[in-house]
Design a protein around this ligand. Sequence first.
Ligand SMILES: Nc1ncnc2c1ncn2[C@@H]1O[C@H](COP(=O)(O)OP(=O)(O)OP(=O)(O)O)[C@@H](O)[C@H]1O
Ligand SMILES: [Mg+2]
Length: 246
Amino acid sequence: MALLEVRDLRSGYGTGPDILNGVSMNIEEGGSYCIIGPNGAGKSTLLKTIAGLVPTREGEIVFEQNPIDRMRPDRILSLGVCFVPQDRTLFPEMTVKENLRMGAFLERDRQTVNKRLKEVLELFPQLGERSGQLAQTMSGGEQQMLAMARALMIRPRLMMIDEPSLGLAPQITDMIFGIIRTLRDEMGITTVLVEQNVRRGLEVTEEALVMDLGTTRFTGRSNQIANDPRIRDLYMGKLATGGADG
Ligand SMILES: Nc1ncnc2c1ncn2[C@@H]1O[C@H](COP(=O)(O)OP(=O)(O)OP(=O)(O)O)[C@@H](O)[C@H]1O
Ligand SMILES: [Mg+2]
């Protein structure tokens, strides 16, 4: 039984065309997944649809046997499905600590919130040193850490992170990927990443999904996908037009 099952999913924005054209995937409990694919393939739309931020038009999304495709985003979050978006959306005029407390808005018990805050700051000591600093004044890497830390305040079962390395220096990227590994290996959180840095994304995950034009083109073990000649073909067009590395 998969933790999350996506079946023949179609979704899109407003009255526009379908962006997802029938995506299916299974996310197993405790696994780590990387979703790759060219720009505009629908990777972010897939995560946003699972999180309830883009409405499902057809198909099903089932989390632990609960259909979530008609649920409000806050209900989906309360089940432990959390999403760190590509733009990291923090509360810019709140401090680090205030942002973290907002992450636990569903939790009413003060002691639990304090305990989680302590745990999260142990995982991200750099944030502890800056707990009174306004989020908007943090560096890109610190903002990514804060976005992930805030998501952890709900004790997620499934954590979906869109482009964790976007705009970050290699050293900071290494640190972020290290933390993502810890989430899965030590905290047992199932992780799904979308990554433009295909090589690194496939290195830190076990399973991969390749998307193109709103569907899943291939799935497989990350280390096999990394050496699959079809992947190079898929990215050729993008490389030729000056796209990202990978
Ligand atoms: N808010 C929106 N309103 C209308 N169309 C959108 C919106 N967001 C995304 N799209 C369109 O949906 C398609 C898929 O976009 P999406 O952001 O899911 O791609 P992606 O695979 O995440 O790409 P990237 O690698 O560039 O982040 C694109 O054609 C995009 O223009
Ligand atoms: Mg995207």
